[in-house]
Design a protein around this ligand. Structure first.
Ligand code: ADP
Ligand code: MG
Length: 702
């Protein structure tokens, strides 16, 4: 149970003054925590950090206030000049003065009552906003702040600027955050004294206050001691929870999985290629793990197209040889089916009995699969989240393989683990995450890497093309189709909604249809499963030659003879995603091309991203560049969360803290594995604050 000390922070944000259901919905858009499954709470709000400040410390006299500058003026109200009756297009003006001159405070569509009340004639007021000089006359249109001189404490001279979303005003958000901050109870320090001293960290609540009420623009920099303190807290919470998960997983003893090698040999003989050295090495590492009595917890990292699927298949074959069952889980239905299509025929060669299980299998078919898994008639199952469901029972799950891990959370990892008696785990990711990120996302997993591509792969030519030259591109596509090639066309990434995404894809489909007719296919997230399959099948078998797709195609989809990928509005995609998408081609022996179609003018970061894509195909280099480029202001005004599931930490800025946090976590748990000491108790608070409480539940269970 959550310590009651934290209760004031764990209230829904709607219990804050000025936050109704509508505002709450808007605030939820900018809350950095992943709260998709629940309502935002006050403790989510405290981690919405400002990305910059408005400096209002410039307090000149009227005559000396420069045009365009943000200033704070102390003035006396002279007179009000409402617009003539019936003419709302003329603004309401309030004239005010100081020793040096007069200024017009200008309001359009004003609420006269409110203006009279907040600026009575003769009153001394403080106003802050942007100066405008026109024909030698100063004015300030809609001052950001107005306060009576005696009352000006509330006027922030260094005003934090938060990420905003349409419809949510900075004032409303600031007020809500302010209330959340007031709810922070007196908390014991959970940091190690030495670490805190060495890093000059302020206390937790102190750090938050400094960031939300900055005294200086430097205070809100991610480099500041306050921000770093919170980043460290978050890393520490993450490392501790990963370590606890790992300890639980390890505590349950595994068993040695040893086989006679016959099934593996049968599969290897059926492969139309020989394994790369990396694949062979990875398999040897996996095999060694499987043979040990401890459980395997291994990450298989390999760039797109490096051939992870076959490694997974051979590992699963080993588990079956040893008398157990194996499951492969994919993040999407398309992927699950594609894996199944690859794996089933090869597995059949070794006499393995396979099945597929997604949300779509229904009725008889589903019942048969469930029965087969429970009785052990099925050796190997490929599926989606559906495999986590309670109705799914295995006779003896010995190995669980999870593809594209970052889409699954820790609890889902645990859920599948619970389906067997301490099954071994192999986690596969195509994101060539830099070392620092492996640590944050996976903790201390063992890592195998596929560092080479299968032989015979041709480099992918990457070109950038402005959208104005679309006609030229379509001409070239026509030639390519006549030449028998296959083309992916990826539709622009749109934040707004699934609806808009759909529109983008359907519009493009409609505009290309007259040119390409029946050679054109379409697949998107809103399609029914069967229709998606059909679209993929038609493309794979060459009935369609051009596949318009939303980013459902992003991970793992494999059509080896597709040779061209066009990415529309490439400037809207992140580097990692562009790299993933590009990896859809260049999988066969033919030369491939990636066309990055962009809309001018390009921002600096977008320009840099596209040129990185032209320069290199090396996933590791790309991910390092990605880290460098991220967080560079381009997100301003939109959701500005930290990196990869972090609320406040920014890997690119705070990576140096990560290893310290890991060591700290290790030492702590070595001394106090159940978090029973005084510091342990404090650490529990930390875990709750950063939403890592599932780890606390493990403590109980274990
Ligand atoms: P990823 O690592 O992206 O999941 P896949 O497992 O989908 O890659 O493999 C990409 C393609 O490479 C598939 O078409 C697969 O059949 C092929 N492949 C895998 N291993 C080899 C190999 N050693 N030699 C040649 N082709 C291979
Ligand atoms: Mg894959």
């Amino acid at each position: 149970m959550r310590p009651s000390l934290l209760d004031p922070l764990f209230v829904p944000i709607t219990s804050l003054a000025g936050v109704g259901p509508k505002i709450a919905e808007l605030i939820e858009k900018i809350v950095p925590a992943d709260i998709s499954a629940r309502k935002a709470r006050a403790c989510d709000l405290i981690f919405v950090l400002p990305h910059s400040v408005i400096d209002r410390r410039n307090r000149p006299e009227i005559a000396l206030a420069p045009n365009g500058a943000i200033v704070t003026l102390e003035v006396t109200i002279d007179r009000h000049q409402p617009p003539p009756r019936g003419n709302r297009s003329v603004p309401y003006r309030v004239y005010a003065f100081d020793e040096t001159g007069e200024i017009a405070l200008t309001f359009f569509h004003a609420n006269a009552g409110w203006l009279e009340k907040s600026m009575p004639v003769g009153a001394e007021v403080v106003v802050s906003g942007r100066m405008e000089w026109f024909n030698g006359r100063p004015s300030m249109v809609h001052p950001d702040h107005i306060a009576l001189a005696g009352d000006a404490d509330g006027l922030p001279l260094v005003e934090p600027v938060y990420p905003l979303t349409a419809g949510l005003s900075g004032k409303v958000l600031r007020r809500a955050i302010g209330q959340a901050l007031e709810r922070i109870p007196a908390l014991p320090e959970w940091l190690d004294t030495d670490v805190a001293r060495r890093q000059s960290f302020p206390g937790f609540a102190d750090a938050l206050r400094r960031l939300h009420s900055p005294a200086d623009p430097l205070d809100v920099s991610p480099d500041s001691a306050a921000w770093r303190r919170l980043a460290y807290d978050e890393f520490l919470a993450g490392q501790i929870s990963l370590a606890l998960v790992r300890a639980t997983v390890r505590r349950a003893h595994g068993r040695p999985l040893v086989g006679d090698g016959r099934k593996i040999t049968a599969i290897r003989n059926a492969l139309p290629y020989s394994l790369t050295c990396s694949q062979t090495d990875a398999l040897a590492e996996i095999d060694a793990d499987l043979q040990r009595p401890e459980r395997m917890l291994r990450l298989l990292q390999g760039d797109v197209g490096s051939g992870k699927t076959v490694v997974a298949l051979l590992a699963m074959a080993r588990a079956v040889e040893a008398g157990g069952q194996a499951a492969l889980m994919a993040p999407t239905e398309i992927l699950a089916r594609q894996h199944f299509a690859t794996i089933a025929p090869l597995a059949a060669k070794a006499g393995l009995r396979t099945a597929v299980l997604t949300g779509r299998e229904k009725g008889r078919e589903r019942a048969d699969t469930l029965a087969g898994l429970e009785s052990g008639e099925i050796d190997l199952v490929v599926g989606t989240h559906a495999l986590f469901q309670e109705t799914v029972r295995f006779r003896d799950l010995a190995l669980a393989v999870i593809d594209e891990q970052h889409r699954f959370g820790v609890h889902q990892r645990l859920a599948i683990t619970a389906k067997g008696e301490a099954p071994d785990m192999l986690v596969m990711t195509a994101t060539p995450i830099p070392r620092t990120l492996v640590l944050t996302a996976f903790g201390d997993m063992d890592v195998s890497r596929l560092t080479e591509k299968p032989a015979g792969r041709q480099p992918i030519r990457t070109i950038t093309l402005p959208l104005e030259r679309l006609d030229e591109l379509i001409g070239r596509m026509r030639d390519a189709v006549a030449d028998g090639q296959k083309i992916y066309w990826i539709c622009p990434l749109v934040e707004e909604s699934e609806e808009v995404k759909l529109m983008a894809a359907e519009d493009r489909f409609a505009s290309l249809k007259p040119v390409f007719g029946n050679a054109l296919g379409l697949v998107h997230g809103r399609m029914k499963g069967a229709d998606k399959d059909e679209a993929m099948r038609a493309f794979k078998e060459g009935e369609t030659r051009i596949l318009i797709a939303t980013t459902v195609i992003e991970v793992g989809v494999d059509v080896p003879d597709a040779t061209i990928i066009v990415i529309e509005h490439a400037e809207r995609f992140g580097l990692a995603q562009l790299h993933q998408l590009r990896g859809r081609v260049g999988r066969g022996s033919k030369a491939s091309t990636c066309v990055l179609l962009y809309q001018d003018p390009l921002g600096e970061t977008a320009k840099r991203r596209l040129s990185v894509m032209r320069e290199t195909e090396d996933g590791f280099r790309i991910s390092e560049e990605d880290l460098k480029l991220r967080g560079e202001g381009e997100l301003l005004g939109t959701r500005q969360s930290g990196t990869q599931g972090f609320q406040v930490a920014r890997i690119e800025m705070h990576a140096d803290l990560l290893e310290t946090a890991r060591d700290d976590a290790r030492l702590l748990l070595a001394r106090d594995p159940d978090l029973q000491t005084k510091r342990g108790e404090a650490i529990r608070l930390l875990l709750y604050l950063f939403g890592r409480d599932e780890a606390v539940r493990l403590l109980r269970a274990g």
